[in-house]
Design a binder for this molecule. Structure first.
Ligand SMILES: Nc1ncnc2c1ncn2[C@@H]1O[C@H](COP(=O)(O)OP(=O)(O)O)[C@@H](O)[C@H]1O
Ligand SMILES: [Mg+2]
Length: 274
């Protein structure tokens, strides 16, 4: 039942809504797929802007239907741009934390099978610091915190990092700046966040880079496409390609922690801090 190779699990988070978590999740997924990586993208946000809708796809079922035994994980997967596999999770995300033993085992099996078919799993989390967000972030190996140059984005990102550090012992985070207006802005945001975090918390932040503000992002959404497909030469699309190249060089998790069934195990056992 164990998958043969580790899968990189990356949670895209940030505390605040509207900072670009979903945009980053989609475009990073497509850019990685264009590099030949097999990518699954999990929509773990209950909000209105579901990934399937943003990409002009129509999810009729989601993880909730898998949890209730109506269908298998394979049945709910959608195929998006670049061949990325999309897992519509929506209402299933809240139930994840309250599964019975059988459901639990079923889900682990399902993800273990998926793990054989993918190299990377990207999880788009909801805004805020609900239990569901925390459980996805804790279960992932890499946490990508998206921030933009707004006071509330910085304070929300800090609050999220603080909670994950103090209550769950997480100490390693990566920060991506989004919607930057100048080349210096991303690094400046990082310096601000890392100063506060390293002073008051026991954490290490790593700067991943910046995605510039780009009007094409809005246009891409209107056309229900990723910017990486719609305007590959745009500033933002090129920044996403650079981001994907960096992500691709992140160290792979050492097994067995890196196997997808263990990701699900961590996910459905919210009490067991590790
Ligand atoms: N780099 C960017 N440049 C311009 N607009 C952006 C950029 N990133 C995101 N946006 C826009 O910001 C809005 C919020 O993005 P979204 O990805 O839905 O945020 P979140 O998932 O964090 O709530 C969307 O309208 C999106 O098109
Ligand atoms: Mg979102």
């Amino acid at each position: 039942m164990s998958s043969v190779h580790p899968v990189q699990v990356i949670a895209v988070t940030g505390g605040k809504g509207g900072v670009g978590k979903t945009s980053v999740s989609i475009n990073l997924s497509v850019a990685l797929a264009n590099m030949g990586r097999r990518v699954a993208l999990m929509d773990a946000d209950l909000g209105l802007a579901n990934i399937d809708v943003l990409l002009g796809l129509n999810a009729r079922k989601n993880l909730e239907n898998v949890l209730s035994g109506e269908c298998s994980l394979r049945d709910i997967l959608l195929t998006g741009p670049g061949g990325i596999r999309i897992i519509p999770a929506s209402s299933g995300t809240q139930r994840m934390a309250q599964l019975g033993a059988l459901e639990h085992a079923g889900l682990i099996n399902a993800f273990s099978e998926l793990g054989e078919q993918i190299d990377v799993l990207i999880i788009d989390t909801a805004a805020g610091i609900s239990d569901s967000v925390v459980s996805f972030v804790r279960a992932a190996q890499e946490v990508l915190v998206v921030v933009c140059d707004e006071p509330s984005s910085m304070t929300d990102a800090y609050a999220l990092i603080k909670l994950l550090n103090r209550d769950y012992g997480m100490f390693r985070f990566r920060m991506l700046a989004n919607m930057t207006r100048t080349p210096q802005e991303g690094q400046a945001l990082f310096n601000k966040l890392t100063q506060a975090a390293e002073r008051f918390l026991d954490v290490t932040l790593q700067y991943v880079g910046a995605i510039p503000f780009d009007e094409n992002m809005r246009k891409a959404i209107q056309r229900q496409k990723s910017i990486v497909e719609m305007a590959p030469r745009s500033k933002a699309a090129m920044a996403f390609v650079q981001l994907a190249e960096k992500v691709d060089k992140w160290p792979l998790p050492s097994s067995p922690r890196g196997h997808l069934e263990f990701f699900v195990e961590r996910l459905v056992q919210p009490e067991s801090a590790d």
